[in-house]
Design a protein around this ligand. Structure first.
Ligand SMILES: Cc1cc2nc3c(=O)[nH]c(=O)nc-3n(C[C@H](O)[C@H](O)[C@H](O)COP(=O)(O)OP(=O)(O)OC[C@H]3O[C@@H](n4cnc5c(N)ncnc54)[C@H](O)[C@@H]3O)c2cc1C
Ligand code: FES
Length: 286
């Protein structure tokens, strides 16, 4: 089961009302992905806001609309939070136009988090691709902040080319850590890249982390998730110990409109984090 926590940023009386916020900083990650560092304008809300890794939020821009994104920053970071946004259509293009100082509106946190308390004492394997690294970034920060609670940590993060890999400064930190087994990989070899080459699932198989006393989490493009799940299954990871997050289109984000339903579940409130065992009980989504 994933974990739900009190929604500090969303006022219980007005769960549909976006709260005014300001963009503090914009980091260009790739040609079409930017990270937006944001703070609520209300100082009390900014101070009290908290979330757990895997939780999501809705960003809205007047005249463009509202869209759902994973919170990608460290839960321990107080006073501000990050969303990493890939430009795909109307709302994300409007968000990409924003600069530091611009206003935005936010409803967050929403949804359930990764069940990190249940994972204490276990090894954790993270498998990410492309913008799917956004929720995993938050999760990794959390695990590193509580490093003694977990066993071995492995991260395989891939993208098509070196230019498509996000979070360059984080990656430098992760590469330098002795307590994290990290590999960044690209699909095909190219000049200037001396790191791993190969599709994410095959790199996970090469690393061969033991499934004993371990959980695995995979987020990324559906095709990558599909093959990563096959690899994890082949390696012996049990379905109830493998997690992913679902990206189902949302509207209300609070279980009212039925827009995001998957069988009897609402992705906005029952997810977006699900174990593979839970997904097996639902209409085929992967
Ligand atoms: C739980 C959840 C977490 C997400 N986290 C992130 C994140 O961290 N970073 C990020 O960049 N994106 C994330 N997304 C996807 C993001 O919500 C969509 O890309 C965004 O809503 C597109 O809005 P738009 O108005 O720019 O696109 P539109 O103009 O509405 O659509 C552009 C194209 O994208 C497709 N599309 C739009 N939304 C989705 C969706 N949810 N799933 C599949 N295809 C879609 C449309 O069918 C269309 O082809 C997440 C989605 C969900 C549901
Ligand atoms: S988005 Fe409305 S019920 Fe999930």
């Amino acid at each position: 089961m994933s974990t739900s926590i009190p929604q500090a940023g969303i006022k219980a009386s007005e769960p549909l009302r976006p709260e005014p916020a300001t963009v503090l900083e914009v980091i260009a990650e790739t040609a079409n992905i930017k990270t937006f560092r944001i703070a609520f304008d209300d100082p009390a809300l900014a101070e009290s806001f908290s979330f757990l890794p895997g939780q999501i939020g809705q960003l809205s821009i007047l005249g463009a609309g509202e869209s759902t994104f994973a919170i990608s920053s460290a839960p321990s970071q107080k006073g501000r939070f990050d969303f990493s946004v890939m430009k795909t259509g109307v709302v994300t293009s409007a968000i990409h136009e924003l600069s530091a100082g611009d206003r935005i509106a936010v409803r967050a946190p929403m949804g359930c988090a990764f069940p990190t308390d249940d994972w204490k004492g276990k090894n954790v394997v993270l498998v990410g691709g492309g913008i799917g690294m956004a929720p995993l970034r938050s999760l990794l920060f959390y695990l590193l902040d509580h490093r003694d609670d977990y066993g071995e940590l492995t991260l395989v993060y891939g993208a098509r080319t070196p230019e498509d890999l996000c979070f360059a400064s984080d990656r430098r930190d992760w590469e330098g850590r002795a307590d994290l087994d990290f590999a960044a990989t690209i699909d095909t070899a190219c000049t200037g890249w001396d790191g791993c080459v190969g599709l994410v699932p095959s790199v996970v198989e090469e690393k061969a982390p033991s499934p004993e006393n371990a959980v695995a989490v995979t987020c990324g493009p559906p095709i990558m998730i599909r093959y990563a799940l096959q690899s994890l299954d082949k390696m012996g990871f049990r379905e109830e110990r493998v997690y992913t997050t679902l990206e189902r289109r949302m509207k209300c984000g609070i279980g009212l409109c039925g827009r995001c339903n998957l069988g009897p579940k609402y992705v906005c409130t029952d997810g977006p984090v699900f174990s593979l065992a839970e997904l097996r009980e639902l209409p085929d989504e992967l």
